[in-house]
Design a protein around this ligand. Structure first.
Ligand code: PBG
Length: 323
C-alpha cells in the first residue's frame, strides 16, 4: 500500500509516544483526601476502601510529611466524629477544639507547605446524616448556610488554606466568602463542590465516616446524574459568588461534565475520583481482573484529558510515588 497518512508512525516507539503525548500527569495535579479519627498511634483500615486508613492525628502528621516529600501540594481533610457528639444541630461542626480544627493544626505543623483544604458540610456532625439541618423531614437551606459560613471561619482560624463546601446548598459560596472577608480571612480560598451529583459512588466514603443519611437520600440538594447544563449553571454561579476553584464529582462517570464546566468558567476546575471509583478499581485489581497501576494512570489521565486542572484521588500517594 502507498498511504499518505500512517498515524501508527507516531505510536511506533516509546520515544515518539513520549514526544507526542498530549496530556501528562504530575504530582502537582493531585489532591490527597485524608480521614482523621480520635486516638493515638492508629491507622484503621476502611473495609470498602482497601489501602485507605483513618488516621489519628500523630499518624496524620506522618502521612502529611510523606505526601509533602512526594511532591503532593494539597490535602482534603475529613474527620470521623464519634456518634455521641452528633446532634440535630450539628453542634460539633462549630467546636473550635473539635477533631477537624485539631487535624488542620496537626497537618500544618507537620507539613507547612502542604495546602490544607477542609470539607464544609454538616453530614459527619449531624445525627440525621444529611449535609444540612433537617426540619420536618426537609433539608433547610438558609439556616444551613449560616452554619457553613461560621464553620468556614473556624477552619480558616485553625489554619485551613481553602475551605471546600461539599453540601450543595444555594448561596453558600457567597455567604462563606462574605464571612471570611468580614473576619479578615481574605487569603483563605474556596474550592466549591459545584457540580456534585447524587451518586451511589460515595458509599465507601460514608462507611469511612459513618455518615450515611439516616433517612431518604440526598436528591433534594445533590444533582441529578442525568443533567449537564445544570452543572455549568452551578459552576458559573459559584464562580460569580467568589469560588476560587470549582469541582465536579464523581469523576469517571462525569467526564463530559468536567469538559462542559472547563469550557464554562475561567477558574481552575477540580475533579474528585470518589471512594466508589477507587473501590471498584481496587476490587477488580485484588481479583487480578485489571492491573491496578495501569487502571490508576489511565483514569487519572482521563481526567486531565477531559479538562480537569486538579484531581482529588485516593491514589494520590501511589501515583506520586510512581511519577
Ligand atoms: C460530604 C462529602 C461526601 C464526599 C465528600 N464530602 C459524601 C456525601 O456527600 O455523601 C464523598 C467523597 C467520596 O466518596 O470519596 N458532604
Amino acid at each position: 500500500m502507498e498511504l499518505s497518512e500512517r498515524p501508527r508512525r507516531l505510536r511506533s516507539s516509546a520515544a515518539i509516544r513520549d514526544l507526542v503525548r498530549e496530556h501528562r500527569l504530575h504530582p502537582h495535579d493531585l489532591l490527597a483526601p485524608l480521614f482523621a479519627i480520635e486516638g493515638q498511634g492508629l491507622a484503621e483500615p476502611i473495609a470498602s476502601m482497601p489501602g485507605v486508613h483513618r488516621l489519628t492525628l500523630d499518624r496524620l502528621a506522618d502521612e502529611a510529611r510523606e505526601l509533602q516529600a512526594l511532591g503532593i501540594r494539597g490535602v482534603l481533610l475529613f474527620a470521623k466524629v464519634p456518634d455521641h457528639l452528633k446532634d440535630a444541630r450539628a453542634t460539633e461542626a462549630l467546636n473550635p477544639d473539635g477533631l477537624l480544627p485539631r487535624a488542620i493544626m496537626a497537618v500544618k505543623a507537620a507539613a507547612p507547605d502542604l495546602l490544607v483544604m477542609t470539607d464544609v458540610a454538616l453530614d459527619p456532625f449531624n445525627s440525621d446524616g444529611h449535609d444540612g439541618i433537617v426540619r420536618d423531614g426537609r433539608i433547610v437551606n438558609d439556616e444551613t448556610v449560616d452554619i457553613l459560613a461560621e464553620m468556614s471561619v473556624l477552619h480558616a482560624r485553625a489554619g485551613a488554606d481553602f475551605v471546600a463546601p461539599s453540601d450543595m446548598m444555594d448561596g453558600r459560596v457567597a455567604a462563606i466568602r462574605a464571612a471570611l472577608e468580614s473576619t479578615g480571612w481574605t487569603d483563605t480560598g474556596i474550592m466549591a463542590y459545584s457540580a456534585k451529583y447524587a451518586s451511589c459512588f460515595y458509599g465507601p466514603f460514608r462507611d469511612a465516616l459513618d455518615s450515611a443519611p439516616g433517612f431518604g437520600d440526598k436528591k433534594t440538594y445533590q444533582m441529578d446524574p442525568a443533567n449537564v447544563r445544570e452543572a455549568v449553571r452551578e459552576a458559573q454561579l459559584d464562580e460569580a459568588e467568589g469560588a476560587d476553584i470549582v469541582m465536579v464529582k464523581p469523576g469517571l462517570p462525569y467526564l463530559d461534565v468536567v469538559r462542559a464546566v472547563r469550557e464554562g468558567v475561567q477558574v481552575p476546575v477540580a475533579v474528585y475520583q470518589v471512594s466508589g471509583e477507587y473501590a471498584m478499581i481496587q476490587a477488580a485489581a485484588d481479583r487480578g481482573w485489571v492491573d491496578r497501576t495501569t487502571a490508576m494512570f489511565e483514569t487519572l489521565t482521563a481526567f486531565k484529558r477531559a479538562g480537569a486542572d486538579l484531581v482529588a484521588t485516593y491514589f494520590a500517594k501511589d501515583a506520586a510515588r510512581l511519577l
